[in-house]
Design a protein around this ligand. Structure first.
Ligand code: HEC
Ligand code: HEC
Length: 289
C-alpha cells in the first residue's frame, strides 16, 4: 500500500513509497549509462529486424529490406572462389597428365584439389588416406597395383571404374566360382599352395597337391608364382597384401565363392579436371609408377 516517500536513515536513499508489513522499498534505479545502452540495443534490434530476415509469418517469413540471405552469401563466396580457381582448372584441363606431373605449380595445385575430391568421393571405400579397407577395397598408398600404377593406368581406372554397368570400358575380370568346379579337397589343397607362395603353408603335402590344381586353373590370372597378372586384373597372391584377408579360411572362402568388388565409373560424375587431379593425387600417395 502506498505510503509517503521518506529518506532512509541507514543508506541515505529515498524510499519508493511502497511498504509491505513494515518493510519499505528503497528507490535504487539503474545507472543512467546502463539504461541508455539498454534503450539503444532495443532500437538497434528494431532496425536489424527491418533490414534482415526476421519475423515468422504463416507462410514463410519477413525477408528484410536488404534482401540478404545466407544462401546468396555462400553462392557469392563460391563464385569468387571459383573465379580464382578457374585459371588453374583451365590449365589442368588443357595439360596432359605428364605435363602436370612435371610442373611444380600445377602439381601442387592438383595434389591439393585431388585430396579434397578424394575425401568427397573415394574415402568411403578406400579410407581417408587411401589406406584401403578389408572387404575388397585396395590400398592406394602401396606399390601393389591390381590394374597398374602409372598415371595413365590410374586415370583409366578412375574414369571407367571396375566391373560396373556404367562404363562399357570398365575394367572387367571375373574369377570363376570354384565352389562348383573343384572339390572341397582340391580347394583346401590349392589354398595351402596359395599360402605356400608367401611361405605360410602348414600342410606341405596338401600344398604340393595344390600346386597342380593351381597350374591348371589359376596361373592365367594370378601368374606362375602368384605374382599377379595386370592385364586381367588378377591380384598378386605371393605377398602380405590381401583384398579379402590372408588367413586360410578367408582364402578358401574367396576360392569357393569370389566376391568381385565393384568400383563406380567417375568419368560421368566428375569433370575432366577433377579426375586428372585425382589421378595425380593417388599417384603421389606412395606407390605411383
Ligand atoms: C564403392 C566403392 C568405391 C569407391 C567409391 C571408389 N572405389 Fe576405387 N576401387 C573399389 C574397388 C572394389 C576396387 C578394386 C576392384 C578389384 O577387385 O579390382 C577399386 C580399385 C581402385 C583402383 C585400382 C587399384 C589397383 O590396385 O589397380 C584405383 C586407382 C581406385 N580404385 C581409385 C579410386 C578413386 C580415385 C576413387 C574416387 C574417385 C575411388 N576409387 C572410389 C571401390 C571403390
Ligand atoms: C579369370 C581370372 C581368374 C582365375 C582363373 C582365378 N582368379 Fe583368383 N582372382 C581373380 C580376380 C579378378 C580377383 C580379385 C577379385 C576381386 O577383386 O573381387 C581374384 C582374387 C583371388 C584371391 C583373393 C586375393 C586377395 O587379395 O584377397 C584369391 C585367394 C584367389 N583369387 C585365388 C585363386 C585361385 C586359387 C584360383 C584357381 C583355383 C584363382 N584365384 C583363379 C581372377 C581369377
Amino acid at each position: 500500500m502506498p505510503t509517503k516517500i521518506e529518506k532512509d536513515s541507514l543508506t541515505g536513499k529515498t524510499t519508493t513509497g511502497h511498504e509491505w508489513d513494515g518493510i519499505k522499498e528503497l528507490n535504487t534505479p539503474l545507472p543512467r549509462w546502463w539504461l541508455y545502452i539498454f534503450y539503444a540495443t532495443i532500437a538497434w534490434s528494431a532496425v536489424w529486424a527491418l533490414l534482415y530476415p526476421s519475423f515468422p509469418g504463416f507462410s514463410g517469413h519477413f525477408r528484410g529490406l536488404t534482401g540478404w540471405t545466407q544462401r546468396a552469401a555462400i553462392v557469392e563466396q563460391m563464385t569468387v572462389a571459383r573465379a580464382e580457381q578457374a585459371p588453374f582448372l583451365d590449365r589442368i584441363r588443357g595439360a596432359s597428365l605428364d605435363e602436370i606431373r612435371h610442373s611444380s605449380e600445377l602439381l601442387a595445385y592438383a595434389i591439393a584439389g585431388g585430396r579434397v575430391a578424394f575425401a568427397d568421393n573415394c574415402a568411403g571405400c578406400h579410407g581417408s588416406g587411401g589406406q584401403g579397407a578389408t572387404g575388397g577395397f585396395p590400398a592406394l598408398v602401396d606399390d601393389e597395383w591390381i590394374w597398374g600404377g602409372s598415371l595413365e593406368d590410374i586415370h583409366f581406372t578412375i574414369v571407367h571404374g571396375i566391373r560396373n554397368a556404367q562404363s562399357v570400358e570398365a575394367r572387367i575380370s571375373q574369377m570363376p566360382v570354384y565352389g562348383g568346379i573343384l572339390s572341397r579337397g582340391q580347394i583346401n589343397d590349392v589354398a595351402e599352395f596359395v599360402l605356400s607362395l608367401s611361405n605360410r603353408a602348414t600342410d606341405q603335402a596338401a600344398a604340393r597337391r595344390g600346386e597342380e590344381v593351381y597350374a591348371e586353373n589359376c596361373v592365367s590370372c594370378h601368374g606362375e608364382r602368384g605374382e599377379g597378372v595386370r592385364a586381367v586384373g588378377g591380384p598378386a597372391l605371393n605377398d602380405a597384401i590381401w583384398l579379402y584377408g590372408g588367413t586360410k579360411a578367408e582364402i578358401v572362402a574367396q576360392i569357393t565363392n569370389p566376391r568381385m568388388g565393384v568400383m563406380p565409373a567417375w568419368g560421368s560424375r566428375l569433370d575432366a579436371a577433377t579426375i586428372k587431379m585425382l589421378a595425380v593425387y593417388v599417384h603421389t600417395l606412395g606407390g605411383g609408377e
